[in-house]
Design a protein. Structure first.
Length: 129
């Protein structure tokens, strides 16, 4: 899995938006999800997507390595979020972190991989050959 600048930009934009507008969701205020965020950042909206989000309260400002480890630990401690991190379909990832002056952190991980047969079945499309 490789760090990707487009996925970093999408993750950072979502973290910034959640911080700026004080919400916490995989869906933006306008109904956008990971595919739309990645496309807006200059990537493809066609592929295999997953996303992790997390919050940290009363964390160090600016964020330090311990805060990032804490956020990652939360994700790895959750079976659903851990599965995103370890998905074999994922070939690239991005990370974004936004924080308030009072130590509230919003973290986003975006994951991407080529579209899979399962993605096509869920979308009602024709399986890939």
């Amino acid at each position: 899995m490789a760090l990707d600048k487009t996925l970093n930009a999408a993750a950072q934009a979502h973290a910034n938006d959640m911080r700026r507008h004080d919400y916490y969701s995989h869906t933006s205020r306008f109904g956008a999800g990971p595919p739309e965020r990645v496309q807006r950042a200059g990537g493809s909206s066609f592929g295999h997507f997953a996303e992790n989000i997390a919050r940290c309260y009363r964390c160090a400002v600016p964020a330090d390595a311990a805060a990032v480890r804490q956020l990652h630990g939360q994700w790895m401690g959750s079976p659903h979020h851990r599965a995103h991190i370890l998905k074999p379909e994922v070939t690239a990832y991005g990370f974004g972190l936004a924080e308030t002056d009072d130590g509230k952190h919003y973290a986003v991980e975006e994951f991407y991989g080529p579209v899979t047969d399962e993605d096509m079945r869920r979308a009602g499309g024709i399986p890939l050959l």
